[in-house]
Ligand binder design. Structure first.
Ligand SMILES: [Zn+2]
Ligand SMILES: [Zn+2]
Length: 111
């Protein structure tokens, strides 16, 4: 006794194909979208601004003396000690030359 007829098998096949096609279409769609963005010159990293915020100074342009790890923690200590020379602890960021932003590495790589 045969459980499945050839038309039923074909039906399953078509159903499976449709599911696969739907999934594949979504993936292809995403792929095309990203490739279109790339072909349009849009940068995924900076949104085509060609600049990104400096990761060292968080776009401020200056960093606190002694490194990033003193951020926050020593601030409280300084404040509790009544230190008023907060700004004198700031030194120009060497990573971005105190501009607070850098050329996007992705864009400068491509072009
Ligand atoms: Zn910086
Ligand atoms: Zn970019």
């Amino acid at each position: 006794m045969e459980g499945l007829t050839s038309s039923e098998i074909a039906g399953f096949g078509v159903g499976a194909l449709l599911v696969c096609a739907t999934i594949a279409a979504q993936r292809v769609d995403g792929f095309i979208a990203s490739s279109q963005r790339t072909s349009l010159g849009m940068c995924k990293k900076c949104g085509d601004l060609r600049i990104v915020a400096c990761s060292q100074c968080k776009g401020v342009g200056s960093v606190r003396k002694g490194g990033l790890f003193t951020f926050g923690m020593l601030d409280d200590i300084y404040e509790s000690l009544g230190a008023e020379t907060k700004t004198s602890n700031l030194v120009p960021c060497t990573n971005c030359r105190s501009k607070g932003r850098l050329l996007c590495p992705e864009c400068s790589k491509v072009r």
